[in-house]
Design a protein around this ligand. Sequence first.
Ligand code: G3P
Length: 219
Amino acid sequence: MGEQPMKLYLDSADIPAVAPLLHTGLFEGVTTNPLILQRAGVAPAHLPTLVQELIDAGAGSVFVQAVESDTDEIVAEGRRIVALGSNVIVKVPATRQGFAATARLAHDGVPVLVTAVYHVRQAILANSAGAWGIAPYVGRMDDAGRDGLRQVEQMGAVLHGSETRVLAASIRNADVVHELALQHCDAVTMSTAVAEALFIDHLTDRAVAEFTEAARALT
Ligand code: G3P
């Protein structure tokens, strides 16, 4: 868990929805996975274009997930992914083969986010592999009866002082975002819908309406 403010990422490949949020300058980058690419209709051949479009829209980093399952194949795919751009980070699932591939890629300086993390044990393995970070699936842990926020807190505790970041994912609503910030999670990635919800507060809207009315009354 970091002492820095929690970094915000967008979990989407939907350029029209992502671009306006990136233009606020409040989001560090964009994470993707095969489900997200499928939803956005992005074929593998289109990945280089997608990465460039996201960078051009203001993404400081773009995460692309390997889909191979064999260690050697994941390593080879990871090298192809990281070659897509200087600010591309490889995502690798938290499987035995994924951890072994992460160790080899990290040894060669390739940043890897170990994803689909559901248990503290996997955080320990990711750190041992030299991973850039881990992506615990908070919402899916809750769906499975595990306490997602508590698991993330424990992952942060075992990673405290290490180079391996906690980038929480599978975020079901804006409340989870502020709970993660309260427990000093390093980073969070969220859908554009959850990101848009962060900006909404009717009390602020009411106060602004009063300010506007008062300002107009003075003119
Ligand atoms: O990054 C992982 C995320 O996309 C999974 O989210 O809502 O399908 O559990 P969800």
